[in-house]
Design a protein around this ligand. Structure first.
Ligand code: NI
Length: 172
């Protein structure tokens, strides 16, 4: 396993629409292992493959607390079904938008159909933080970031600051 570099907004690759995985094989499992290690190292609770520059429909999530054993979940070609009519606010952050946290409104529950680490078809009823996290990561597969759910003013301000931070970092 290896820790990969995480792309930071406004990197244009984060706007790519990811492609469906044709086969869950060892090559894909290597990518999933690297995604997990990269996410743990960050640290974060969710990561989409495009965040390490791989435009495939794969996400990893682990919502275990620090005092719990790791509970990694891998979602290949995930699809959301039956989003709840009820929606709620969660304060979201993103490893590709470091240091910014904002409330985002999303359906509070949904069904997710996907292939797991072994390539087996699975279905999961998600609610609360898990539902939020899955929807956030699935946005990445469409080239969407959580800041796209904010007002244009807020989003542009965050993107400007991120750009400036990167210029400063590059100049050091
Ligand atoms: Ni994210």
């Amino acid at each position: 396993m290896a820790v990969r570099e995480i792309l930071i907004a406004p990197d244009p690759r984060l706007r790519e629409v990811s492609k469906s995985v044709v086969k869950v094989d060892d090559a894909l499992r290597t990518i999933m292992d690297d995604m997990l290690e990269t996410m743990y190292a960050a640290p974060g609770i969710g990561l989409a493959a495009i965040q390490i520059g791989i435009p495939l429909r794969v996400i990893v999530i682990d919502l275990a607390r620090d005092d719990e054993d790791p509970q990694p979940s891998f979602f290949v070609n995930p699809e959301i079904h039956n989003p709840s009519e009820e929606s709620g606010l969660y304060e979201e952050g993103c490893l590709s938008v470091p240091d910014y946290y904002e409330d985002v409104e999303r359906p509070t529950a949904c069904t997710v159909r996907y292939l797991d680490y072994q390539g087996n078809a699975q279905s999961l009823e998600a609610e609360g933080l898990l539902a939020t996290c899955i929807q956030h990561e699935m946005d990445h597969l469409e080239g969407v970031l959580f800041i796209d759910h904010l007002s244009r003013l807020k989003r542009d301000r965050i993107l400007r600051k991120l750009k400036k931070d990167q210029r400063l970092a590059a100049a050091e």
